[in-house]
Ligand binder design. Structure first.
Ligand SMILES: Nc1ncnc2c1ncn2[C@@H]1O[C@H](COP(=O)(O)OP(=O)(O)O)[C@@H](O)[C@H]1O
Ligand SMILES: [Mg+2]
Length: 327
């Protein structure tokens, strides 16, 4: 499936940016010196709240707008210079597909396919049927697009991106506005595509979603990249919340406070809190020492541990901000 050429060693990342920057005419610095590396074969989540620069980055990657500074490579080739050779190998869905509402789903795809000069008209019908099948729209193919739900429109947009075999799919907030069922369908589709070897780069402002479907992630705020890596690494970067079960919660709270645990919540026999950050002059808090201190203070401990660290914990630890999970 890879087509290595002199300019495009297959070993190169699917997406690579160095110092990529966009300042809009109004002066808004939307993307600030972005260094992004998306490994081939990954499902890469590009995570950030609204306004953090995700769409701007994607538009630069796809050659739709010019960067103010820096460079971007797609499948190893420089953008926008190599757009003509690279873009046919990249499927994209950016800010909702542009559909003809008065045409059926099938006829919309026929138009997309006809707009592709490399697409053989003789095999068009088969290509369109296969793409409809792939996104589960075969039964609705004869309905007019204006009668489609938001989820169906989004899937039709994906079908358009899948008319040709793609090495890379770039999806900008593909589940935006979808109900939970629609979101599940898109996630399943993304997994299937990844299983076939397609690299998927998808943006989202929903942490949850990234954790469920992505192997890798990058976190953006205000145009800047905070962190990137595998989802497992990112979650491991934070320790998660301390959780203790004890019949002596009041005494436990006192001991935890003494050891620098913050944001303590005591609910009946369960006490949870945030472990103090290590670093600076403070030595890291050893969980074994903390447990021993509880026991010394006469606190009877039934269970002691940290809750599973999530990407959200990592995000909060990195930025000191929460995420608007409801969107
Ligand atoms: N065409 C534009 N002209 C000026 N500012 C823009 C334009 N598009 C986006 N912005 C600004 O750039 C920032 C990043 O926007 P965007 O890339 O759309 O973020 P996201 O996709 O993460 O929500 C925002 O502050 C937004 O208001
Ligand atoms: Mg956006």
């Amino acid at each position: 499936m890879d087509q290595p050429s002199a300019e495009d060693p297959a070993a190169r990342a699917a997406v690579e940016t160095r110092g990529l920057t966009k300042r809009y005419r109004g002066g808004q610095l939307a993307v600030d010196s972005l260094d992004l590396t998306v490994p081939r074969g990954s499902v890469f989540g590009f995570l950030g709240p609204n306004g953090s620069g995700k769409t701007t980055t994607i538009r630069m990657l796809m050659g739709l707008i010019e960067p103010t500074a820096g460079r971007a490579r797609l499948l190893g080739a420089p953008m926008p210079r190599a757009a003509r050779s690279v873009l046919p190998r990249v499927g994209a869905l950016i800010e909702g597909p542009a559909l003809y509402p008065f045409l059926t789903g099938r006829d919309n795809l026929v138009r997309f396919d006809a707009a592709d000069p490399t697409a053989d008209p003789g095999t068009r019908a088969a290509r369109v049927s296969a793409a409809l099948e792939r996104v589960g729209l075969t039964a609705a193919a004869r309905k007019k697009a204006r009668a489609y739900s938001l989820g169906m429109k989004q899937r039709l947009g994906l079908a358009a991106a899948l008319l040709q075999p793609r090495e890379l799919l770039v999806l900008d907030e593909p589940t935006n506005g979808l109900d939970p069922q629609g979101m599940r369908e898109i996630r399943t589709l993304v997994r299937e595509l990844a299983d076939d070897g397609t690299t998927v780069f998808l943006s989202s402002h929903l942490l949850d979603e990234i954790e469920q479907v992505c192997t890798h992630a990058a976190v953006m705020t205000q145009g800047r990249l905070i962190v990137q890596g595998t989802v497992a690494e990112l979650a491991a970067g934070s320790r998660g919340r301390l959780s203790i079960t004890t019949p002596d919660p009041a005494e436990a709270v006192r001991v935890l406070k003494e050891h620098g645990v913050t944001d303590i919540v005591a609910l009946e026999e369960r006490v949870t809190g945030e472990l103090p950050a290590s670093g600076g002059s403070a030595p890291p808090l050893d969980l074994a020492d903390l447990n021993a201190a509880l026991v010394r203070a006469g606190v009877r401990v039934r269970a002691f541990g940290t809750e599973r660290a999530s990407l959200e914990d990592a995000f909060v630890a990195l930025t000191g901000e929460g995420f608007d999970v409801a969107g």
